[in-house]
Structure formats: structure tokens, C-alpha cells
Design a protein around this ligand. Sequence first.
Ligand code: MG
Ligand code: ZN
Length: 237
Amino acid sequence: MNSTIHGHKSAAAKINNKKPVIFCDFDGTITISDNIISVMRHFNPVGWEDILDEVISLKISVKQGVGRMFSLLPSSARADILDYVLQHTEVRKGFTELLNYCIEQNILFLVTSGGIDFFVYPVLSPYPITTEHIFCNESDFSDERIQILWPHPCDQWCHNDCGMCKVRVIRNYPGDQYYRILIGDSLTDFEGAKLADLVFARSHLITRCEELGIAFTPYEDFLTVIDHIDKKVVSTL
Ligand code: MG
Ligand code: ZN
């Protein structure tokens, strides 16, 4: 989509008069593991692994897969699922420091998550992020089984049936006004990485960036991210 060569060296020139904005993935990025997979593995409803395989092999979309996996679970499991997530989720090192850094430097920090509101908001509640800066899917527990709602669907330019469409969120911050920084780890970050000016990658996103020839900075904790942004972006503003 975007053939510009991204990278550290070109970053300084591009951020002139542009406001930095960070689009940060949640599952596997802010949290060490993927909460949807952890929940499915723990509650183990019959058939979830087949659905996951179909998502991974691209037979069905992420939206279809996530919707179908949660529909295997009864709405009555809501409290147990949340308890499980809150007890087992580990937030990646340096997250508090990154948020504080963004506040100090006036960098807009957005969470762009393919996760679900009923666990994303509680996990993030101890941190200084306003609700309108968190983009995720929603949930309905009024039926017998959990239903996922999609308040941020793909727009006319995205045909991936994302569920929570990250590229749509990213496009709301136009590249001529914003210096767009993406932090991610996996499938739901692939399209956004093509649009971003600066990509922080780990896990599958590294492989994908290498395949696509997109420059990226590897990270295992957010202290690395702060250090890089401070040296390569903020110091050149
Ligand atoms: Mg992720
Ligand atoms: Zn989309």
C-alpha cells in the first residue's frame, strides 16, 4: 500500500511539524501473552482449536474466528473469565514508564486492541489511559452465549474483516499531520505496520516485516521503546 522506505534514518525528516501518535496493540504486546488464547486454553470449550486453526490458515477472518470462539462460552462464565484474566495476565515491563514518558512528551498514546472490552478495560484500569484512547471490541452477555460486538469495523478501504480495524483507526490520524508509531506482535498488526512511520515489532510481526521489507525495531520490553523514541524521534523534534 505504501512503498515508502520506513526506518530510523528517514524518521527525523518526516516528523517535522507532525505530532507523534502511538498505536499500541494489547494482547501479546501490552500483556505478555494473548488473553483470548489463554482464556480459550483454560476454559477449553469444544471446538475452539479448530476455529483458531481456521483463523491462522486464513480460511476465516479474525472477526469470524473471535466471534465464533466466544460464542462457545456461556454468558454465565463472564466473572470467571475476568477473574482468570486478572489473575494470570502479566503486563510487559516498562509499560508504566512508557505511559509516563508519553504524558511528559505530549505523545498521544492509543491502545488498538483486537481484545474484548470486558477484560481489556479492567486490565488497563490501573494505568493513566482515558477510555476514548482505548479501541477494542465489545461484548454482550444478555443471551445464553457470549456475543462479541464490533464498534470499529473495517471501512471501505479494508477488506480483511478485522473486527477491530486498526488501519481504520490509524487512518483517522493522517500521515501528513501525524508521525505514526506502531507497537505490535502479530496478525492484527500486519496491515498497520504498512502505514506506520515507525514500527516496533516482536514475534510474528518481525517475520512479517522482514517478508514485506518494512524496517522495524525489535523490542522485548517498553524500556527499549522509550529509549528508541527518545533518541530517534523526540530528540529530533
Ligand atoms: Mg497482539
Ligand atoms: Zn480492517
